[in-house]
Design a protein around this ligand. Structure first.
Ligand code: PRP
Length: 205
């Protein structure tokens, strides 16, 4: 069975919950991206690519609901996992707070162009979305964006950069993803894994 895990902040929690569910994956020792351990294979990917790998054939993955929503991948999501909790929010500089309805023409910096676009469409506000890959809080600070859509966990990054959370767009949690074909072909193995992860998650809370 092949697992794809994100290299970032969900990596440790993912390895841990899988281990509690009886799946022992070996973390990489150097820069390798595929690590075999008996009948299991661990693939390491960028967080935004995990749903894409699962859609295209990797049996199981763990990714945040933020990236699953952004990539709109066609995968099964049998379980929400009890870690990786944060939120995706709209934030803007404290000194230029503006009502969402008055944000027409605003430039929005984000790693989540899809989610951001849909959010403003729902509110009937036309904005320009600027896609960045990280350190989003920098964009309004140097004046290339008026607001951001980004992950907020503790709120420290926003505070440190003079930004205020204006509205939560969605709650975020780690999710278990399963490839549609694998669910059929490896039905028993995957159902067993889902049950064990459920149990491991319950004991965690
Ligand atoms: C994430 C996110 C925020 C920060 C939020 O960035 O994009 O910048 O963490 O966390 P906080 O509310 O606890 O401060 P990450 O560290 O993953 O790096 P990135 O900016 O390169 O995406």
């Amino acid at each position: 069975m092949r697992f794809v895990l994100p290299k970032g902040r969900l990596f440790k929690g993912s390895l841990e919950i899988l281990r509690k569910a009886g799946v022992e994956l070996k973390p990489p020792e150097n820069r390798e991206l595929i690590v075999k351990n008996g009948k299991y294979e661990l693939l390491l990917a960028r967080s935004f690519d995990v749903p894409v790998y699962v859609e295209h054939g990797v049996d199981v993955g763990i990714a945040g609901s933020d990236v699953v929503e952004e990539r709109e991948s066609d995968v099964l999501i049998p379980l929400e996992l009890p870690f990786g909790k944060c939120r995706l929010s709209l934030a803007m500089p404290a000194e230029s707070l503006t009502e969402i309805e008055d944000m027409e023409g605003f430039r929005i910096a984000t790693k989540y162009p899809n989610i951001a676009r849909k959010f403003f469409e729902r509110r009937g506000v036309d904005v320009e979305v600027i896609k960045l890959h990280g350190s989003i809080e920098l964009a309004p600070k140097i004046g290339i964006a008026d607001a951001i859509v980004d992950i907020v966990e503790t709120g420290n990054t926003l505070r440190a950069n003079g930004l205020v959370e204006v509205e939560k767009i969605m709650d975020v949690s780690a999710l278990l993803l399963v490839n549609r074909v694998s669910q059929k072909v490896k039905f028993e193995e995957i159902n067993r894994l889902v049950l064990k992860l459920k149990e491991a998650g319950r004991n965690d809370v």
